[in-house]
Design a binder for this molecule. Structure first.
Ligand code: SDX
Length: 365
C-alpha cells in the first residue's frame, strides 16, 4: 500500500479537463483559458464554459442567459418554507437547507440522464443568488425582492440583496467575484462533491456535500474570517500589533496561505485591483490601505520567521471587495458558493461521465 500523505497533500486523485493550477508559477486556467482572460467575461459565459467545456458563441450565450433568467424565480411554496427559517448569522445553514428544499421541488431531482442534469444545472446556477438574497432579507425581516430579468446575473443578485441597482463598477466587481470563485480543481468542497457523485448520488446531494465542506473556516469560511479581522484591526496603524500578536499565539491569519499556491494566488491579484478601484470610486481607501498593510507585514514577518513569505489567497482581497460592496460578512461563504456552483456542477458531470467509486485506503495503526 502507498505511504499515507496527511491531508492527501500532493496526492493526485483523478484526471480532470475542467481546470489547471500551477502553484509554483501562480497559474490558474479554466478549460485551458487563463483566469486573467476569463475575469473580463460575464459569469454567464464562464459558467457556460465550465459546464459545457467551451466558450459560448453569441447565440449560445444569449440562449443560455435567457434560460438562466427564466429560472431565477423560486416558487411560492419554497418562499413560505424559507420564511420559516431563522438561521441568524449561519447563512450557510440556511442555504444548505434551502438547496435541499429546491431539490424537493425539482421533479427531475432523481433523474440521472444527461438532459436532466443539464436542466438541473441551469436551475441551480440561476436560483442560488435568488435563494441567498431571499434567505438574507427574510432572516432580517425585510421583504423578499423578486429577480429582475433586465439585469445580469451579478447585478440582479446585488439588486435582490440591497433593493437598488448597482453601479457599473459594483456590477463588474460582483461579476469578477463569481468568476474568480467559480472553480479551483480538487479543493476540499469539490473533492467531497466528487466522492458523492462517484457513488451515483444525485446532483443536488453532491452540491449539498460541497456546501457543507465549504462552510469550514479553513476553506470557504475564510472570507468571512477576513472581513471580521478587518473589523477587529480597525485601522492601518493597528495592523502590525494585531498581526504580530496573532502570530505569537500561533493563530492562522485568514486569507493567507494555500495548499497549492506557493506564490501569489492569481485570483488575489485581480481582486486587489478591483478593491483598489472600488476604494477610489467610494472615496474611502481605509479598507484597502489596511489590507495592503496586513499583506506587507505578513510578507516580511514570514520571511523573518520561516525564511519565505506568505501570500494572500482568494479570500483576502475578495473580503475587501465585499466591504466596499457593503455585503454583510455572514453572506461571504454563501456568495462564494454562488460562484463555485458552476465548477461543482462541471465536476459532478465529469465524475458521472467516467466514473469509478472514490474509495481510498487507510493504514490501520
Ligand atoms: C480556499 O484548495 C483550494 O483550492 C481552496 C480554495 C478554493 O478556491 O477552493 O483556494 C479556497 O479555501 C483558500 C484558503 C482559505 N483558508 C484560509 O485562508 C485559512 C488560513 N490559511 C491556512 O489555514 C492555510 O494556509 C491553508 C489551510 C489554506 C493551507 O494550509 P496548508 O497547505 O496545509 O499549510 P499548513 O497549514 O501546513 O501551513 C504550513 C505552515 C504552518 O506552520 P507549522 O504548523 O508548520 O509551524 O505555515 C503556517 C502553518 O501554521 N501557516 C499559517 C497560515 N497558513 C499557513 N500561519 C498563519 N496564518 C496562515 N494563514
Amino acid at each position: 500500500m502507498e505511504e499515507m500523505k496527511k491531508g492527501l497533500e500532493g496526492v493526485v486523485a483523478l484526471d480532470t479537463k475542467i481546470s489547471f493550477i500551477d502553484g509554483i508559477q501562480g497559474i490558474l486556467k479554466y478549460r485551458g483559458i487563463n483566469i486573467e482572460d476569463l475575469a473580463d467575461l460575464s459569469y454567464d459565459a464562464v459558467s457556460y464554459l465550465l459546464i459545457n467545456g467551451k466558450i459560448p458563441d453569441e447565440t449560445e450565450l444569449s440562449e443560455y442567459s435567457q434560460e438562466l433568467k427564466k429560472n431565477r424565480r423560486i416558487n411560492g411554496k419554497q418562499i413560505e418554507v424559507l420564511k420559516e427559517f431563522d438561521f441568524g448569522i449561519e447563512a450557510l445553514d440556511g442555504l444548505r437547507t434551502a438547496i435541499s428544499c429546491t431539490a424537493h421541488f425539482d421533479n427531475e431531482n432523481n433523474h440521472h440522464t444527461p438532459d436532466a442534469n443539464k436542466n438541473k444545472s441551469i436551475r441551480l446556477v440561476a436560483k442560488f443568488p435568488t435563494i441567498v438574497a431571499a434567505l438574507h432579507r427574510s432572516g432580517h425581516g425585510e421583504p423578499i425582492i423578486e429577480p429582475d430579468s433586465e439585469l445580469s446575473h451579478a447585478a440582479n443578485f446585488l439588486f435582490m440583496l440591497k433593493g437598488k441597482i448597482p453601479t457599473k463598477l459594483e456590477t463588474e466587481a460582483m461579476e469578477k467575484d463569481l468568476i474568480l470563485s467559480a472553480e479551483h480543481e480538487l479543493n476540499p468542497s469539490t473533492f467531497s462533491l466528487r466522492i458523492a457523485a462517484s457513488t451515483l448520488s444525485d446532483m443536488y446531494s453532491a452540491i449539498i456535500c460541497g456546501l457543507c465542506t465549504l462552510k469550514g473556516p479553513l476553506h470557504g469560511g475564510a472570507r468571512k474570517g477576513v472581513m471580521d479581522m478587518l473589523d477587529e484591526v480597525g485601522s492601518q496603524e493597528n495592523a502590525r500589533d494585531y498581526i504580530v500578536q496573532k502570530l505569537e499565539r500561533k493563530e492562522k491569519i485568514m486569507g493567507f496561505g494555500h495548499r497549492v499556491y506557493k506564490t501569489y494566488d492569481p485570483r488575489a491579484m485581480i481582486y486587489k485591483d478591483v478593491a483598489r478601484r472600488l476604494a477610489i470610486e467610494k472615496a474611502d481607501c481605509s479598507w484597502f490601505d489596511m489590507a495592503e498593510e496586513i499583506e506587507h507585514i505578513l510578507y516580511h514577518e514570514f520571511i523573518e520567521l520561516r525564511g519565505k513569505p506568505i501570500y494572500p489567497n482568494v479570500d483576502f482581497y475578495s473580503a475587501v471587495v465585499y466591504k466596499y460592496l457593503e455585503i454583510p460578512a455572514e453572506l461571504a461563504t454563501s456568495i462564494f458558493a454562488m460562484g463555485r456552483v458552476s465548477g461543482w456542477i462541471a465536476h459532478c458531470m465529469e465524475q458521472y461521465s467516467d466514473n469509478r467509486v472514490i474509495r481510498p485506503r487507510a493504514h490501520s495503526v
